[in-house]
Structures are given as C-alpha cells and as structure tokens.
Ligand binder design. Sequence first.
Ligand code: ADP
Ligand code: MG
Length: 294
Amino acid sequence: ATPTALLVGTGRGAQLGVLIKGPEVLETTRTVDTVVLDKTGTITTGQMTLLDVITQSGTTRDEALLVAGALENGSEHPIARAIADAAQRVAPLVDVTDFTNFAGLGVRATITDRDTVAYIGRPEFLTEHGLALPADLRDAIVEAQNHGRTAVLVGWGSTARAVLVVGDTIKPESADAIATMHSLGLRTVMLTGDNQTAAQIIGDTVGIDEVIAGVLPADKVATITRLQGEGHTVAMIGDGVNDAAALAQADLGIAMGSGTDVAIHASDLTLMRSDLRAAVDAIRLSRATLRTIK
Ligand code: ADP
Ligand code: MG
C-alpha cells in the first residue's frame, strides 16, 4: 500500500469524525470479520439512573439508599454514580472506612458510624461473601433482569437488605449501525459484565448476533484472544477502563470519544461522535481506501 493513499484515508477519517492513530491502522480494518461491542456506554448511553429500590421487611428505602450511597461514593462506576446521586438527594452521604473495590463485582466498606461491614454489587458478589438472599429480593432481581435492567444488591450484617434497579437507554442509532455491520458481512458479538438475561434483552433489541455476558473485566481480553484463536480478525468497540486490555488485544481497537482516557489510549481509532455508525464509516472507508491503492 502506498503511504500517500493511506494518508488520504486518514484525512477522510477526520472528516467523518474518526481519529485514526496511524495510516497503517486502515490496513487491519479491511480484514476485520468480527466486531465485539461493549454494552454500557457503547450500545447504550451509559447514563445510568436508579429506577427502583425494593427493600426486605425491616429495612426502609432511605436506609438502604443511605448505605448504598456511602459505599458507591468512592467508586467511579456508572452504576455507582447513579446510586450515589440518588442517595445524596435523600440525605448527605456518610463516611466509610476500609473501602475496597472489586472490579466488575462491586464494593465493600465499613459504614463508620454504624461500625458495620456493608456490600453492594452483583447478587453473586454478596452471596459469595456469605450474605443471605431473601426470596422476595431474589424475585425482585429476576423481575428487573427480565426487563433488561441491572439489579444490584446492597446488604450488611448477615443478609442482603435491598435490590436497587438501575438502567440506561439504548442509543437510538445502535440498531441501525449493527444492521449495517451485518450487511457488510461482519459478525457482531456483545461482551458485558452485566447479567445474561438483561444483556440478552438489549442484544435482541439491537439485533446482535451473539451475547457473551457475566464476563469479569480480566476475562474480556481472554474472549478476544479466543476469537482470534478461532481464526477471526477482531475489532473491539468500547469505552471503559474495563475494556482497555481487550481494546489493546483486538486487531482493531475502537474507543468511543466519550470514553475513558485509558480506553482511548489503548485503541487504534476513536469515534468523535460516540455514534456506532462512525465505526461503520471507518470500516467502509478503509475498504474504499485499499481498493484505490490496489
Ligand atoms: P460492564 O461490562 O457493563 O461495563 P462491569 O464489568 O463494570 O460491567 O460490571 C459488571 C457488573 O458488576 C455490573 O453490571 C454490576 O452488577 C456489578 N458492579 C460492578 N461494579 C459495581 C458497583 N460499583 N456497584 C454496583 N454494582 C457493580
Ligand atoms: Mg462500557
């Protein structure tokens, strides 16, 4: 490939709102056959809101929110931001000590003035730490997930105390972008730490070929490696800190412009519009550029 033609492609990319790290990137793009997409912040807006709080008898909504907000105050996770914001509207956030973040699982800390250890996160995160899951709360989790929402548990002492239902919105252009990927002969895979039921509902809504859910941050990169081992040339599109290793491992890493700096640094392309259709434009552009060169 002549460097001049590739540079022309790079300039055209800038016009389309795609920042390309180097001209050689377009060569990889041409051979991509599988596109792996993160869910939160990539297919969806990533602007989480707290939709509902379901408490176990003996716990009030305000008490559950107070503990949840205190725990999440130290976390950067989009779910944590939504919960801390909602809690702050009820009462000032209280102090915690011994804050520990478990990436892709949740948070544990001691609520200082209660001298009690509390947990918030995936349901399995609490049960694996020995907290009981009352039947009412289990039902509430299933109900939320069946609506494509994320159910987070908060608990302290010996038991889970409340389910916090959070959700965000699918970007209006995601389904269209995924349909265009299919028309270009690309296979689409959604990769998320969220639970299988909620993830599948969102995947079905936007027409994704395959949903891989419940994946821990460290295992996202292993999924990319596995697909490459099966002979695929893989593009990965993501925005989060959790996506950075997978973006770097992919043959083509594509970051959302709205994403974290780590994700952008790990990627070959950055979408300035944070619109998945720009990723499609980049793939089309690389094919057109390479055709010109030949
Ligand atoms: P994603 O792939 O959607 O970015 P993550 O790997 O960040 O998801 O998180 C996976 C799941 O772990 C979330 O859906 C949530 O249930 C739980 N989780 C992670 N961090 C937190 C947190 N700070 N508070 C509550 N839940 C969390
Ligand atoms: Mg994300």
